[in-house]
Design a protein around this ligand. Structure first.
Ligand SMILES: N[C@@H](CCC(=O)N[C@@H](CS)C(=O)NCC(=O)O)C(=O)O
Length: 223
């Protein structure tokens, strides 16, 4: 991989969707540079020239000329392009579709439910119905995954794939950044889900991405 040019991840430390991509970059051992984008300026030029939707992350890959936003297709792109050995994927039928299914659950279920929960709880704490709705939906996703993970170490095919890894960033963000949500206390009610999450964060590449993210967040907060 040393002949590869450095990939550029436009992100913001402490935010989960860029971290989701960083975890894949670390897992695949790719050379990359994290460009810290001012989160208050993502809806403005020059960032919107890269990503007209004004959200993070965006990936630039000088090796292929691709500019790509939305974390889920970025994850798929990285695996399709750089995981030729299939270390983090399954290319068999039906498993390859089951991986996409779980990635879709993460990006349409887990991520947005967490995101909306945080938004209402932090900025509109009077909106009790909305807060309860997103919390319930998130815990419903936990319970679905807990059942699926009964007697299993990973979601599909008995090995860790990009689908498993895609769930880590939001989970880490919620447990570490927002202890007031009490998720650690609820974890024992979902033992398969929790054991799976602990298994994922024990992976060296995942632990490295989480550590860098935390250290950079702490540095920014100390400024
Ligand atoms: N579906 C998008 C969501 C991206 C997203 O919401 N990113 C957040 C950071 S985690 C962001 O850019 N927030 C700033 C804003 O919305 O203004 C993805 O998966 O990439």
């Amino acid at each position: 991989m040393s002949e590869l040019e450095t990939l550029i991840l436009h992100g913001h430390y402490g935010t989960p969707n860029p971290l989701k991509v960083m975890i894949l970059l670390e897992e695949l051992g790719l050379p990359y540079k994290h460009v810290q984008v001012d989160i208050t300026k993502v809806k403005e030029e020059p960032y919107t020239q890269l990503n007209p939707n004004g959200r993070l992350p965006t990936l630039e890959d000088p090796n292929t000329g691709l500019v790509l936003w939305e974390s889920a297709p970025i994850v798929e792109y990285l695996v399709d392009t750089y995981d030729k050995a299939g270390r983090l994927t399954l290319r068999s039928f039906p498993e390859s579709y089951h991986l996409k299914q779980f990635l879709a659950l993460q990006s349409s279920g887990q991520g947005p439910y967490y995101g909306q929960w945080v938004f209402f709880a932090r900025y509109l704490p009077g909106e009790a119905v909305a807060i309860a709705r997103y919390k319930d939906q998130l815990l419903r996703v936990w319970s679905v995954l807990d059942k699926i993970l009964e007697g299993k170490e990973y979601l599909v095919g008995g090995k860790c794939t990009y689908a498993d890894l895609s769930f880590v960033a939001w989970e880490d963000g919620m447990r570490v950044k927002f202890p007031e949500f009490g998720l650690e206390k609820r974890a024992s009610e979902y033992p398969n889900y929790n054991a799976w999450y602990q298994r994922l964060i024990a992976r060296p590449a995942v632990a490295k991405a989480l550590r860098i993210n935390r250290e950079e967040m702490a540095k920014a907060a100390a400024k």
